[in-house]
Design a binder for this molecule. Sequence first.
Ligand code: F6P
Length: 537
Amino acid sequence: MKLQLTETKSWKALEAQHNAEKQTTIKDFFAQNTDRATELSINNLGIYFDFSKQRVSNQTVALLLELANECGLREKIDAMFRGDKINITENRSVLHTALRKPKNATLLIDGVDVVKQVHEVLEKMSGFANEIRSGAWKGFTGKPIKNIVNIGIGGSDLGPVMAYEALKFYAKHDLTFRYVSNVDGNDFAEAVRGMAPDETLFVVSSKTFTTLETMTNARTARTWLLQSLSDEKAVARHFVAVSTNEKEVAKFGIDTANMFGFWDWVGGRYSMDSAIGLSTMIAVGVANFYALLEGFNQMDEHFRTAPFNQNIPVIMGLLTVWNSNFVGAKTQAILPYENYLKRFPAYLQQLTMESNGKYVTLEGEKVTYSTSPIYWGEPGTNGQHSFYQLIHQGTDIIPCDFIGFKKPLNNLPPHQDYLIANMIAQGEALAFGKSAQAVAAEGVKAELIPHKVFEGNRPSSTFFLDTLTPQNLGKLIAMYEHSTYVQGVIWGINPFDQMGVELGKVLAQGIIAEMQTPNVQLQHDSSTNALIQFYQK
Ligand code: F6P
């Protein structure tokens, strides 16, 4: 029988380590080791990853690396890249890393070269993106496309919208991009407000092509289009599909010649660099999309080959385990000091929490430790004028990831200096705080001193890059993808299924049926019955 995580030798050593060092503050760690900033940082792939302001000593990092070894991380990484069916509950390979392999690579899965398949789709996407961008693709009335509306939800929305926002600087600015995800009709209504149907392209993105929200929005889009163009033949010029499900695409009425495929070995939340990125490619152009893929691939290779003590996603994942299971942090803040990354925290929420928000191990046992923290965040400096109060002086420890870039895309001095100075200052303030003595020395009245003290000892990591390019975005996303995998491996859970989203969906289907059946006898609990009745009255 497999040893419970908490019974492993390295876990027990980490518990002892935590007990021995829990009174040692980040400030103490720095005082004890003048080389700490160098020793607890990695500078590779153009990313300066500083984790010296985490609550770890070098010894703790060494023990975390032992934990990784004891949990078989090396073999688990190899198994993922090899295409083993590591998503055991769905009996699937997990091969988002194949989506960004160069064209001359090969990877045979069940006798099929998946890299070849990937590049065939990329080429089809490139041809289509170029046609839209150049105006060669004409709508039904002969006009070029000006508006691109991606309809999708979850991984079929959050990745595209995040990437569009992140790379807006590189986008073709005479095209308008909108993203519709919510089944709330307001989302669709506002997205198409003011758009001319004959200049609008809908990209219906859904891995399964059965998702209630996406199919409802897609049908509404078709009605909206046909109300104006009054001919079913218009659908072929104004709808394309991105999916793994050819049958459902055809059933919906989209010509499968206008379908861009992907495969069951790409999880929804790991799919933004598959054909799900079609709207991204149209926005930023083919070359930039390939640069994004190149960035992903560089991080993949780093993750696959770098020794664990120099491996950015490995260290990140282990720090999350440390913070969650030993320091007792329940959440993780993502704080990009880069406004273009404003949707990055939302994107990471699905990536991390749909992956590791699980209480059952691969063996089907209930875990006896915390798994995924809650990820959340907003771009700096906006957060500083809102929730940072709680990060600095609240009762919970909230590890923070600061993400910043040296060079701004829009150079408007002195903005960048102010932005980056704030990012650096926040990490310093969190780690070192401000003592009562220092407050008193400023002449603060005695009764106010406790209010103005900053305890410090609050952990953070900083990721510093040169500038926000498509390539660097690819690296950052892959970095979090792999950190998420590392966490899942240590916790012994399956990061690649999402059974926890099913129950609510099934119950909603039942309630929809009840709402549409006159005089139905409701059989729920009294609260649910009352809510349905309240809605219907
Ligand atoms: O509800 C969860 C989920 O299955 C996600 O994992 C996925 O990204 C999203 O729904 C959308 O699914 P699809 O792309 O099949 O429409």
